[in-house]
Design a protein around this ligand. Structure first.
Ligand SMILES: Cc1cc2nc3c(=O)[nH]c(=O)nc-3n(C[C@H](O)[C@H](O)[C@H](O)COP(=O)(O)OP(=O)(O)OC[C@H]3O[C@@H](n4cnc5c(N)ncnc54)[C@H](O)[C@@H]3O)c2cc1C
Length: 507
């Protein structure tokens, strides 16, 4: 028997990912009565952290960029009260990302600060000053034409849209004829699951620029962000419901009247904001009367690929801590890594270090990420495993994970030769884990953007249902910066963009 909840909230938000929490906080500050509904025990979506073998691991935020005055994320995090709450560690200035290739002993640095970025790469590519200048100027041109990227920018939508049609691979290739430099500048495309045939340059530019401006690790992990936001929302009278899955959005007269929870409870609201994937959002409701062309587009969005992630704990003082991320490429085509052949699986990967609080010179644990297509785990697609709904998957699945872990360990021995001796334990996650703990189909970053037909994957925060808005990584862009800006775009629909922008700028 359904129960009707009292009161009716001004704003009901589905999902407590970063986008849901930021919209929740902004609107609570503006006096709206907010309720956020989260299916998991832990809030934060991809900001969640977990403990394994006494080490804390991030699920989805390893570093963030643009956090100094004058840089893109700073005014937003300051406005959100996060700058004083987070304990940040600045990554290696002369190379926060180190790029390596098989059969090449060099580690090519991507450094912080544009002059330094150029200086460090010129050590390896002394004849490429012109190429690097060209690359930097193209990145800056994009960043300066996106409104809300730098809060002080005044730019037109036409200036933004112009950039939607340029491919990352083409733009980078136009900057330099040096094949190795092209590969170095493209090698951290795991940051946006970039495929050469589709990845737009603006996504590359907006992300990479933020890290070149400044790169930081969050000490204690991404959950520090979600907890700091939740604390403020609650202090303002907002409600956050955990372990409550939304299974339906009830439409009455073309408006959403309530969110229906798995336990039958109804949460009524005036405005609904979905922080979950647009396809999933529309799958929750009766779509009668919604224009077919819109609906078909939203229900058939293509998503970015997924990943296999290895979580390794290390023996005390066994591996030096490095304030860097390592991207290793073992392929002739850095733009085709998502399309690996079975025999090449795991050969290209990223390594993220976690510091030991007790022995800061040493690493306590490592996270290794390599691509894995969702279809590789389709055999187990009908099984679910979350903290609220725990079912141990069969031995075949455990064997699959073990086999993949061993294959990946073989590959990372190239970069970390003693890793098998140094590690004390390991665990892994597959695309199914991402699907169960966050949502959608297990995709890394939600919708795949395609510069050939950019408007197909363009999702407006306003939907065809007047009191339903969307937020999260599918609106502007994925990542902490993209989702933060997306949340401001969503809230602007309710409180006015100039008003909100002025408030953020005034701090
Ligand atoms: C492996 C990985 C590494 C990453 N590394 C970085 C990084 O280093 N730096 C960076 O900036 N970004 C990184 N990202 C991207 C970044 O973490 C995400 O883009 C961002 O956190 C997504 O936020 P979101 O608001 O879209 O919500 P999501 O994180 O997608 O959260 C959605 C929430 O909705 C909940 N939910 C889903 N369905 C329901 C339902 N029916 N009812 C109730 N609740 C529901 C989910 O449980 C979840 O809590 C990474 C992502 C991944 C996967």
């Amino acid at each position: 028997m359904s129960k009707i909840s009292k009161p009716t909230y001004d704003i009901v938000i589905i999902g407590s990912g970063l986008g849901g929490l930021i919209t929740g906080l902004i609107l609570s500050r503006e006096g709206y009565k907010v309720c956020i509904i989260e299916k998991n025990a832990q809030i934060g979506g991809t900001l969640q952290t977990f403990f394994f073998n006494k080490s804390k691991f991030d699920t989805g935020v390893h570093y963030i960029g643009g956090l100094e005055p004058g840089q893109p994320l700073y005014p937003y995090f300051k406005y959100l009260g996060l700058m004083d709450e987070l304990n940040l560690e600045k990554m290696e200035i002369d190379g926060f990302d180190l790029i390596s290739f098989s059969n090449d002993a060099n580690e090519y640095p991507i450094a912080q600060g544009y002059d330094n970025f150029k200086t460090q790469l010129l050590k390896f590519f002394p004849n490429e000053e012109k190429g690097l200048d060209e690359y930097i100027s193209k990145i800056k041109e994009v960043c300066n034409s996106f409104s809300l990227y730098y809060i002080n920018t005044n730019t037109s939508i036409e200036a933004e849209v112009e950039h939607f049609y340029k491919g990352a691979k083409d733009v980078i290739n136009d900057c330099t004829q040096d094949k190795k430099l092209r590969a170095v500048l493209s090698a951290n495309n795991l940051l946006y699951a970039g495929e050469g045939a589709k990845a737009p340059f603006y996504i590359h530019a907006l992300i990479i620029n933020s890290y070149i401006e400044s790169s930081y690790r969050i000490i204690g992990g991404g959950s520090k962000i979600s907890n700091a936001l939740a604390k403020q929302i609650k202090a303002l009278g907002g409600h956050i419901l955990r372990n409550k899955e939304v299974v339906g959005l009830n439409r009455v007269n073309n408006k959403i009247e309530s969110a229906e929870l798995k336990n039958g409870e109804l949460i009524k609201g005036k405005t609904f904001i979905s922080n979950i994937h647009p396809t999933q959002t529309f799958n929750l409701m009766d779509t009668k009367g919604i224009r077919k062309s819109y609906l078909n587009r939203v229900l058939n969005l293509e998503n970015t690929t997924s990943a296999f992630i290895l979580y390794i704990t290390l023996k005390p003082k066994s591996l030096k801590y490095e304030k860097v991320n390592k991207y290793h490429i073992n392929s002739n085509d850095v733009w085709n890594l998502t399309n690996y052949k079975p025999e090449d699986w795991g050969k290209s990967f990223a390594i993220y270090y976690n510091q030991s609080p007790k022995d800061p010179e040493y690493a306590k644990s490592l996270i290794i990420i390599t691509y894995m297509r969702v279809k590789e785990i389709k055999k187990w697609a009908n099984t679910y495993n979350t903290t609220t709904d725990l079912s141990i998957r069969n031995k075949e699945y455990q064997d699959f994970k073990e086999e993949k872990s061993q294959l990946l360990l073989n590959e990372i021995e190239i970069k970390l030769p003693n890793i098998r001796n140094n590690m004390s334990a390991y665990n892994s996650s597959t695309p199914l884990t991402l699907r169960d703990y966050i949502g959608a189909d297990g995709s890394l970053y939600g919708i795949k953007r395609d510069y050939n037909s950019p408007l197909k994957s363009y999702i407006n925060t306003r939907t065809k249902i007047p009191n339903l808005l969307l937020t999260g990584q599918n609106i502007v862009m994925h990542g902490v910066l993209g989702v933060t800006i997306g949340a401001v775009v969503t809230c602007s629909e309710l409180v006015g963009r100039d008003y909100l922008k002025d408030k953020i700028k005034s701090l």
